[in-house]
Design a protein around this ligand. Structure first.
Ligand code: ASP
Ligand code: MG
Length: 458
């Protein structure tokens, strides 16, 4: 059994969708398909609801979505009966979307909950197209919405996680029964349903995570994530054109890279797969003959060399000063409570005798400052922040045990005249991360990549 996930970049038009169809049809194993929205659709929904809209605008928006999906359908399905059934389903979903959009515009209110509901429509439309295409190719495919199926979401709207046990209980029997009848379920990625019955999304690009949750639930051997890139790379080729594809990664390596900026996988994708030792393959939908990257529990190079460098731009450091800061009882917990109440993620933390420094997204900096100002005086003397920070993360299984790696990283950086801000080493034995000024990001990446991949030392 396998789960195959296809992203929006492979669902741009009829041609790319037919490529997806070929990949699915040429695979003989029982499989579950998970899909994202057609390219750009989620973005267009999010931006549409970001303003108050008139009735005509709602109508125009929905009819544009209809045209886009109808055009793809026309290009991927020949059989008239298959096409008609898909059109009926599309129209039904679009009518519902239109009502939701009117609701939002009349109320002039976009709550996190309604934003999640409305965002989920991209996937609700794309599954209809993919399933119809597969039916036209002779497969017994069925489009399924994740909330109807029973994927259970918990946690905040906009960034929920799945309850793996509940989800398994709800969906495994249904999917396994379908597979045993040679059916091909085509499931919406991106969202689930909360225990209260509302739609909640797993964060942008969350379909990777959905696919991993489904793979976990049915105990699949393999989870294939089909993208428009060859896999994980040694570095972003935008910065370093000589970047190479990495053939193998451990779960930890893939998780660190995904969390710290590699855009290949949604940050939480590895977790559900890891729980069941499922092999994850990242492959290029436009070059299916390429091996891509395989992420698996064992058999991974652990020599302690660096395999990949990821980065995050638009970060900020917020520093909380107070004498003996790090030793004051409960100060870390008060700080992190304040930040988590404000919905702010702390990416990294460093403490000293007088200061606690935390790395956060630049866009949440203002909220973070506000939240921390509420801390009682006496705990905090002053708060300082620095924006325009970038984070680099270097990853390699075993690097935490091997001597000299940190020295090589930081020597390479200092030769560029770049000064390093916060450093985290030792928390993860497979990664170091450190910050530099945003303006130095490119040359820092280049220097570290040259040091480990430039052939000078290895
Ligand atoms: N369609 C959603 C997004 O664009 C989820 C996904 O693509 O995985 O974020
Ligand atoms: Mg998408």
């Amino acid at each position: 059994m396998k789960v195959m996930k296809f992203g929006g970049s492979s669902l741009t038009d009829a041609n790319s969708m037919l490529g997806v169809g070929e990949i699915i049809a040429s695979d003989q194993e029982p499989k579950v398909i998970v899909v994202s929205a057609v390219q750009g659709v989620t973005d267009s929904i999010v931006s549409f609801v970001s303003k108050t809209r008139k009735d005509e605008e709602v109508e125009t928006f929905v009819s544009q979505l209809k045209e886009r999906h109808m055009a793809i359908l026309g290009g991927v399905v020949n059989a008239l009966d298959v096409k008609q059934r898909a059109i009926d389903l599309l129209l039904e979903r679009l009518a519902k979307l239109e009502k939701v959009l009117y609701g939002i515009s009349y109320l002039e209110e976009l709550t996190p909950r309604s934003l999640d509901l409305v965002q989920s429509f991209g996937e609700r439309l794309s599954v209809i197209l993919v399933a119809a295409m597969l039916q036209d190719m002779g497969l017994n495919a069925t489009p399924i919405d994740a909330d109807d199926l029973g994927i259970v979401a918990v946690g905040p709207y906009g960034n929920a996680v799945a309850d793996l046990q509940e989800t398994r209980r709800n969906i495994a029997p249904k999917l396994i029964a379908m597979l045993s009848r040679q059916e091909v379920p085509v499931i919406t990625g991106f969202f689930g349903r909360t225990k209260e019955g509302h739609v909640a999304v797993f964060g942008r690009n969350g379909s990777d995570y959905s696919a991993s949750v489904i793979a976990n639930a049915i105990g699949a051997q393999v989870l294939e994530i089909w993208k428009d890139v060859d896999g994980f790379m040694s570095v972003d080729p935008k910065f370093v054109p000589e970047a190479v594809t990495i053939e193998n990664l451990s779960y930890d390596e893939a998780a660190e890279l995904s969390y710290f900026g590699a855009k290949v996988l949604h940050p939480r994708t590895v977790e559900p797969a890891r729980e069941k030792n499922i092999t994850i393959k990242v492959k290029n939908v436009f070059k299916p003959e390429k091996e891509g990257t395989t992420i698996r529990p064992s058999g991974v190079e652990r020599a302690g060399t660096i395999k990949s460098i990821s980065y995050m731009k638009d970060m900020a450091v917020i520093k909380v000063y107070g004498a003996g800061a790090a030793h004051k009882f409960g100060i870390l917990s008060s700080i992190s409570q304040k930040l988590s109440d404000a919905g702010i993620n702390i990416y990294s933390i460093a403490t000293s005798q007088t200061c606690i420094a935390m790395l956060v997204d630049k866009k949440s900096l203002e909220r973070a400052e506000k939240a921390l100002e509420e801390l009682e005086t006496g705990i905090v003397d002053r708060i300082e922040s620095i924006d325009d920070i970038a984070l680099l993360c270097v990853v390699g299984e075993g690097l935490g045990y091997r001597k000299g790696i940190a020295a090589r990283v930081f020597t390479a950086v200092s030769k560029e005249g770049v000064s390093v801000g916060m450093i985290s080493a030792g928390a993860s034995m497979v990664a170091y991360h450190f910050t530099v000024d945003a303006k130095d990001l490119q040359k820092t990446i280049r220097a570290v990549h040259d040091e480990f991949f430039g052939g000078k030392h290895e």
